[in-house]
Design a protein around this ligand. Sequence first.
Ligand SMILES: CC(C)(COP(=O)(O)OP(=O)(O)OC[C@H]1O[C@@H](n2cnc3c(N)ncnc32)[C@H](O)[C@@H]1OP(=O)(O)O)[C@@H](O)C(=O)NCCC(=O)NCCS
Length: 402
Amino acid sequence: MSTHTTIPTSTPPPTDDGGFITVPKGLAKVVVTDTALGDVRGDEGFFHYRQYSAVELAEQVGFEQAWHLFERGHLPDDDELSAFTVEVGRLRVMPPELADLLPAICSSTNDSLQVLRTALSAWGGITGLRPLYDCAEEEKAAAALAAVAVTPTILAAAHRLHRGLEPVPADPTLGHAADYLRMVTGRLPSARDARAVEQYLVATMDHGFNASTFTARVIASTGADLAACLVGAIGSFSGPKHGGAPSRALEALDEIGTLDRADVWVRERIGSGERIMGFGHAVYRTRDPRSEMLKAIARRWDDPLVDLAVGVEDAIETALAELKPGRELHANVEFYAGVVMKLAGLDPSMFTPTFCVARVVGWTANVLEQSRDPKIIRPAARYVGPPPPQPVPTGTRTRQAS
Ligand SMILES: CC(C)(COP(=O)(O)OP(=O)(O)OC[C@H]1O[C@@H](n2cnc3c(N)ncnc32)[C@H](O)[C@@H]1OP(=O)(O)O)[C@@H](O)C(=O)NCCC(=O)NCCS
C-alpha cells in the first residue's frame, strides 16, 4: 500500500514562494520521479525490489538472480540464469589496461573505495563509454552489466595491492559473491561464508531513493556517461551518514569490549553530541528489516562477537529510547553488516567497499531508468545573502599578470 500523495498540478503547492515550492529539509518524503525498481516503506519496516520483498529475495535467491531481476525486469528461469551467469562471469575479468593502471591508482590512496572511484572513471575511458544521451538502450544495458561485474574485481585487487599481494584474477565459473570473497582473501570461501555475504549483498542492492541513488540519477539526467554517474554515487555513498558506517559500528563494538560497558559508552557519546554509528535511519521509523535479517545470519556463527553485538544492540536501543525519546532509533543495516562481514573473513577496510559491490546493481538500474526521462533534474535554492544587485566596490579592477 503506497503512502505517497501526488499533488495535482492544478492544486496550489504546500508553500508557494513566487512560483517556487519550498520542500522539507533533506527532501524528506518529497517524491521526485516514478520508479519501477523498488521502494522502502519506512513505517512498516518493509522494502522491495520490483514486486518482491527484498528480504524474501535475500533469503531465497542468489546474487545473479536478483541482479537479473533489476537488469532484465524479471527473475530468470533456469536457462536465463545459466546464460546470465556465464555472461557476467566473463565480464568480471578486469580489462588488462585497467589491471596495468591499478597499482598506480592504489599508490595514491589506501582507501579501496577511493580506488574504485578513480578506477571506474578510468574504466569508462578504457571501455569507450559514451554519454547516455547518445546511447541506445542495448548499449546502456551492456555498460551497466559490465560495470557491476567488474566492481568486485577492482575492489579485491585494490585490497591485495594495498597489502603488497598479487591480485587474484576472476574465476568466471564461480558465483559473483563467492568469487568476490576468493579474489579478496585468495582462497575459496566456505559455503557458509559465501552464502552469508551473498545474502548481505542481495539485501543491500537497492534501497529506495537514498542519497547515492539520487546523486546517480541527477548525473544521469544530464545525459553524462555511466561512469560519471557511478563515480558521483560512490562519492555520495562514502559519507559516514550513508554507506561509510559499518566499520565504525564494528569499531564501537571493539571499543565497548564487554557488555557491562555499553550503557556508559552510549551515554557518554550522546552526552558529547555524537551519533551512534549503525543506529537510526532517515526513512525507517521501526526496525530496519535488513538489520533483523543480518542478525539472524550472524547467529549462524557460534562466536562471542555475535553475543556481544546482540547485547550491545539492546543496551544502545534502551539508552537511545531514554535519551532521544520519540525518535525510534534502532539498529540499521550497518550494525550487523560489519559483524557478518568480519565473521565471513572480510577486513573492516572492505566493509563499505563490499556494500558497493551490491549497491552498484541498484545504481546502474536507476541510472538506466533515469536516462529514459528527457527532463534534466534542476531544483532551486533560496538566496539568503546580502540583497543584490549592489555596486561592485570602486577600486576593484581586473588584475592581469604582467
Ligand atoms: C542515518 C541518519 C543519517 C538519519 O538521519 P536523519 O534522518 O537526518 O535523522 P535526524 O537528524 O532527523 O535525527 C533525529 C534525531 O535523532 C538523533 N539521531 C539520529 N540518529 C542518531 C544516532 N545514530 N545516534 C544518536 N542520535 C541519533 C538526531 O540527533 C536527532 O536528535 P535531535 O532531534 O535531538 O537533534 C542518522 O540516523 C545517523 O547519522 N545515523 C548514524 C550513521 C549511520 O548509521 N548511517 C547508516 C545509515 S543506514
